[in-house]
Design a protein around this ligand. Sequence first.
Ligand code: 3PG
Length: 306
Amino acid sequence: MKVLVATEKPFAAEAVNEIKKIVDEAGYEFVLLEKYENNSQLIEAVADADALIIRSDNATKEVIDSANNLKIIVRAGAGYDNIDLEAATAKGVVAMNTPGQNSNAVAELALGMMIYSARGFFNGKSGTELKGKTLGIHAYGNVGRLVAGLAKGFGMEVSAFDPFVSADKIEADGVKVITSVEDLYSKNQYISLNIPATPETKKSITADLLSKMPEGATLVNTARKEVIDEDSLVTLFEKRQDFKYVSDIAPDNAGMLLEKFPGRVYFTPKKMGAQTEEANINAGIAAARQIVSFIENGDTTFKVNK
Ligand code: 3PG
């Protein structure tokens, strides 16, 4: 049984050791492909693998179809928009994620980015504090909930919009429930985006929606670039001199935005949300255990395809 860990953006070394330990203990073979530069390397490496652990790596139809022994793909993380689920199902491959395992790291980064924005990207001038400011959480899943808790610790007024989570659950955390997305944006100076990239959410964050945000607005994106209607950002920035956008996932027009609107946009050079030792270890261990449990007992908990 061959388990391939294919990570273009590597896990921390400790996480790799932990994954290897679990794979070794199960009596399987461990193979590591890190920092690869193109999908053809992944296609070659996966050809004889029985199980695959990935992060944001692209498990395309081509990758899946070229893996003749493949039984399971585990995305060590939350978002599985990088897996072609239809191709996996068609080939009888189980696809899973490891929900919650890297959420704290992402939530901490969201707060860090908020502080970075509030302090003018550390430009030496007087900025503002988070205390007393309003924060709207767009989607109250694992990350959204943790962002809310941290923000409350900073003394922020936190509200959330999530039609898939019961109002009781949100209110139990001391977070105000907002029932329309327009209200979420018009009532909050900060918005933390925590929605997945799905056909429904892609390009759903438009200039029209963002322009509802109050004076001194900051949009914090630790979710996916695809959910933003990037073309309309330019119009928004031109209209709203006060608007700031900080994102862990650089948009395709990042260079132009940085040049045209200095001091108002910031993008991490590489997605950093889940890049902590703890998150890597938690997600990596979960992924390896899920593979062993599936191979040995047919356990399909966390399966995300049909
Ligand atoms: C996730 O969906 O879990 C996060 O976006 C983390 O992605 P990464 O593993 O590529 O850092």
